[in-house]
Ligand binder design. Structure first.
Ligand SMILES: Cc1ncc(COP(=O)(O)O)c(C=O)c1O
Length: 391
């Protein structure tokens, strides 16, 4: 990878040391310019008129996202967040009392809250798959928990609170064999790990734009397998997701567009499409290799700082590096680093309660690297932590 060139293409690199790619990555110029261009057009000729002119550009996102995860464009819905994408899939399911949802220890708060919401209203039960010795979802336990009551498997690929990569493909094999619908949350993995829905075997996948894809905020997409779309009754519909064909009748859009809304942020949609193309151009396997290299290097250097404790679980680890420090609170660490223009984020227990409460962790520092970060930045970051501890 031509790192210097890529950094020049990323204005933020000149201002901050950005290890908050798991929060929102720095967008590259083509993405920023595509968004600005469309906003300018809207301001000059009107929003509807601009959308018409930019239709080919804004429609491209379906092809780009489909290429990214190896599916058809009709299986992609554009939404304004990963949460809304996930919700549109999850709330399409009808659960009855006694049905069961299987999930994992590392599940994200918003997803688990939706399980609890459904449980409250329908009596569906939630079962949590144990972790294996590495701290990732235990495939054997998943297999043992499968029975006739299980109506859904919903797990997170890479959790919000660490570098763990759950074995999504192995889960997919079991889901397929047992004919159980499978929702995969790839919010934290999309754009850093190559994802192929055919290999994984999930029926739904949700993704966000702003994280490792380097797209704009307020964007996301849903993948829905074409065989499952006709069975899906979305929780809300409008004149875009459905057609009002008779005074008392409607038909749902036959594609994944049945999960979309009519109103969309066209500039952001174009921006996300551009961001996906940018990643594809660089090649996902190359991106993934570079991220793993930098994250390993960061973990190795942090290991040498005595009071830092690394907190990442899993056999295979990604670009999200989490740690705590015996001598400083996470807030103090984040504040100290921010003063030095170094960005990290904090993961609180309430973001992933099952996992973090079991590990007795109220909060973590999350330093998430992207391919445009450098060895020098890692060195400076660790020096900053050492100097903070020395004072
Ligand atoms: C695992 C996981 N899922 C979902 C989300 C929510 O994504 P969005 O803010 O795009 O809805 C996050 C956000 O950090 C996350 O970490």
């Amino acid at each position: 990878m031509q790192i210097e060139k890529l950094r020049k293409d990323t204005p933020g690199c000149q201002h901050v040391l950005h290890f908050n790619n798991g929060g929102a990555a720095l967008s590259p110029l083509p993405v920023i310019n595509a968004i600005k261009e469309h906003i300018d057009l809207e301001s000059m000729i009107g929003g509807y008129e601009a959308a018409k002119i930019a239709q080919i550009k804004s429609e491209k996102i379906y092809d780009s996202a489909a290429r990214l995860i190896n599916c058809n464009r009709e299986e992609i819905a554009f939404l304004d967040s990963a949460t809304r994408a996930w919700d549109m899939a999850f709330y399409s399911f009808k659960f009855n009392k006694g049905d069961c949802i299987l999930t994992a220890m590392s599940e994200y708060a918003s997803n688990y809250l939706a399980f609890l919401h459904k449980a409250k209203h329908t009596g569906v039960t939630i079962e949590v798959i144990r972790n294996d010795a590495y701290g990732q979802l235990d495939i054997e336990d998943l297999q043992n928990k499968i029975n006739k009551r299980v109506k859904l498997i919903a797990i997170t690929h890479v959790p919000t609170q660490g570098g763990l990569v759950n074995p999504a493909e192995e889960v997919g094999k079991i889901a397929k064999e047992m004919k159980i619908p499978y929702i995969l949350d790839t919010t934290q993995s999309i754009g850093q790990i190559p994802i192929d829905v055919e290999k994984i075997g999930c029926d739904f996948l949700c993704a966000t734009g702003r994280k490792y894809l380097r797209g704009p905020r307020g964007t996301g997409f849903l993948y829905a397998r074409k065989e499952i779309i006709p069975q899906c009754d979305p929780p809300f519909i409008d004149l875009h997701s459905a057609k009002w064909v008779d005074d008392n009748d409607y038909v749902l859009n036959p594609t994944a567009k049945r999960f979309e809304t009519w109103e969309q942020n066209i500039a952001a949609k174009i921006g996300l499409g551009t961001a996906i193309d940018y990643a594809l151009e660089l090649s996902m396997p190359v991106i993934w290799e570079r991220i793993q290299y930098l994250a390993t290097r960061l973990r190795d250097e942090l290991t040498n700082i005595p009071s830092i404790e690394l907190r990442d679980l899993g056999q295979k680890k990604c670009g999200i590096v989490t740690f705590t420090c015996k001598e400083r609170s996470v807030e103090k660490i984040q504040h100290y680093l921010a003063e030095m223009k170094m960005n990290v984020s904090i993961s609180l227990q309430e973001y992933a309660r099952l996992d973090m409460s079991k590990r007795n962790l109220p909060a973590l520092i999350r330093a998430s690297v992207h391919y445009y970060n450098t060895e020098k930045e890692i060195e400076n970051f660790c020096l900053a932590i050492k100097s903070m501890l020395a004072n």
